[in-house]
Design a binder for this molecule. Sequence first.
Ligand code: GFB
Length: 333
Amino acid sequence: MQKNDLIFVAGHRGLVGSAIVRRLRALGFTNLLLRTRQELDLADMAAVRAMFLAERPAYVFFAAAKVGGIMANNSYPAEFIRDNLLIQLNVIDAAHASDVKKMLFLGSSCIYPKFAEQPIREESLLTGALEPTNEPYAVAKIAGIVTCRSYNRQYGTRYISAMPTNLYGEGDNFDRNGSHVLPALIRRFHEAKLAGEPEVVVWGSGTPQREFLHVDDMADASVHLMQVWAEAGRDGGIVGGPNAVNEIVNVGYGSDVSIRELAELVREIVKYEGSLIFDSSKPDGTPRKLLDSSRLQATGWSPRVELREGISRTYQWFLEHHEEARLGTATAR
Ligand code: GFB
């Protein structure tokens, strides 16, 4: 990637897309192509194709998706599969039609089987049944990976798929029901502290394990992958070779915590003094999904933002942006 190459960041207002934009700008990549949803509806195939053919971006960071926490996934399964399938096919096909040089497609660790061997290696893809609460989202993301892989095989395109673990950070969605666990707990503990409530409810049993990566690390890994890959080319390096299993790369933090441990940590950072109660009528989701990120680490990348520091930064952001924090089901499209 050259500093003046035209780079399209799809989903630049979302948690990941906005972090990628910050990272690219910090590195001196200034020729960014950005479109809000009002300017370009990624679900509109003709409009997407016309935009790609008119602008001809050289590189694409594909961070647009309909995303949300366990409850949003479980409550709106049709929207999760429909929206993601539509925008994926439109963007991938338009990238091919307009000769995009390289594209990084962002998936999710929930693409792996519910009971995958831990830590989860990229080879686990499509080896077992998925976690039911997010199966529609996971199937859409798997379709995205296989679409990238198929275009690579048939048309010689260069599309790589990065599989992030659970992400969090500044700019997250703090909706009470639709958000992921980390922003949900920050908000709940904060509001309970202000209201002087004696206890806070945490969904599920508290025993599931989750791995959390700060979004700035994810953005750094995304730009790194695009560059490492650019240097290595399609037939060498980490993602090379036409046998496309190599075209998926896990992006994790390296260790996980239980939801109970996470809740205790958030409680401490928010300085809430009441107690926790667990609501077992809410779903736990998959028991554990710790990624094996050794493929990425072998390229010289490692995360920098430690969990406690990352949560403190996110809480600070929440305090400063409370009013404007995006509410409603999260979507980065
Ligand atoms: O973050 P979360 O919704 O993502 O939930 P998943 C993680 C765990 O936290 C689950 C528990 O065991 C929840 O039961 N939890 C406790 C809570 N309290 C809360 C709360 O107030 N809100 C939420 N949201 N959870 C999503 C997938 O699954 O992860 C997506 O549905 C995607 O498809 C995303 O993969 C990264 O890790 O369970």
